[in-house]
Design a protein around this ligand. Structure first.
Ligand SMILES: [Zn+2]
Ligand SMILES: [Zn+2]
Length: 295
């Protein structure tokens, strides 16, 4: 029985655990799902929700804003020209020009670079993926898998609630650790018939040379930080050593001055005792008086 449950865990056969949440870390039913979304307490992967502003969504919002503006102006001015302007903006967004596409791609690469460098401050990144999906439960999601689970935990604690381009980031641990299970194979072969509303991960393609150069940059940053940390520690160690030496020196010099005073006082002791031996009747100060003074 246990073996059977383990085999079907997170698959379509599993009637308890949601296979989509288990594999992709996102399910279109969200909290209303009839199956369990088991959020991990720890994971090497974090999910930053909806942080990438997908150009299709941005265009939709702009279009909606233009439409409502046009509607406002038409209701105010009662003119008939808004129909043509509406159809114009429609054609603009549904058939984005080559220039728009190129700009969107450039923007995406800048975003990817930003995310990579920011997240790699917490540790070495194994994989970083940005969702190209359009479904509300996946749009703009960013997955980051670290080599080290503790780095993921640090990243989640620091990034969650922080702002990116004016929007608060919502970060959580993701159950996804094997992206081969999460990714849509059809999309990777440029043949997904479900398009943006597919429920498997459509990871936006990133040129490999860019990833390699980001890895090299962040590795260099980490090494520089490590060197700086080591230098700082060495300086602190040296300062402590110097302080200890100074303290010893001060102690020694105090001892020396006191012992020299003592030796001079013992000389006077001797002279006193000599004078006393010479004139035994003239004793006033005892030896104890001098030794007290030298202390
Ligand atoms: Zn679900
Ligand atoms: Zn797909």
């Amino acid at each position: 029985m246990a073996k059977h449950l383990a085999r079907i865990h997170g698959t379509e056969e599993d009637k308890v655990n949601c296979p989509f949440y288990f594999k992709i870390g996102a399910c279109r039913h969200s909290d209303r799902c009839s199956r369990l979304h088991h959020r991990p307490a720890f994971s090497p992967t974090i999910l930053i929700k909806h942080v990438y502003r997908h150009p299709v969504r941005v265009a939709e919002l702009e279009q909606a804003a233009t439409a409502s503006n046009a509607q406002d102006s038409s209701s105010n001015n009662n003119n008939n020209n808004n129909n043509s302007s509406n159809s114009n903006s429609n054609s603009n967004t549904s058939n984005p020009s080559k220039m728009d596409k190129m700009k969107a791609f450039e923007d995406f690469l800048c975003f990817y670079e930003d995310m990579f460098l920011e997240l790699s401050k917490f540790g070495r990144i194994d994989e970083l993926h940005v969702c190209d999906n359009l479904g509300d439960h996946m749009i703009g999601h960013v997955y980051c898998k670290f080599f080290n689970e503790e780095d993921a935990s640090d990243a989640m604690q620091v990034m969650n609630g922080r702002f990116y381009e004016g929007r608060k980031m919502e970060v959580e641990f993701s159950p996804v650790t094997d992206f081969r299970e999460a990714r849509c194979r059809d999309f990777d072969e440029e043949a997904c018939s479900r398009g943006g509303f597919c429920n498997f991960l459509h990871a936006k393609p990133v040129p490999t040379p860019l990833i390699r150069s980001l890895e090299a940059d962040s590795e260099m940053d980490r090494r520089r930080e490590e060197d700086e940390r080591r230098d700082r520690e060495r300086d602190e160690r040296r300062a402590r050593k110097r302080e200890r030496r100074d303290r010893r020196e001060r102690k020694r010099s105090r001892k020396q001055s006191s012992s020299s005073r003592r030796s001079s006082s013992s000389k006077s002791d001797r002279s006193v005792s000599r004078s006393r031996s010479r004139s035994p009747e003239g004793g006033g100060a005892s030896d104890d008086d001098y030794s007290d003074k030298s202390d």
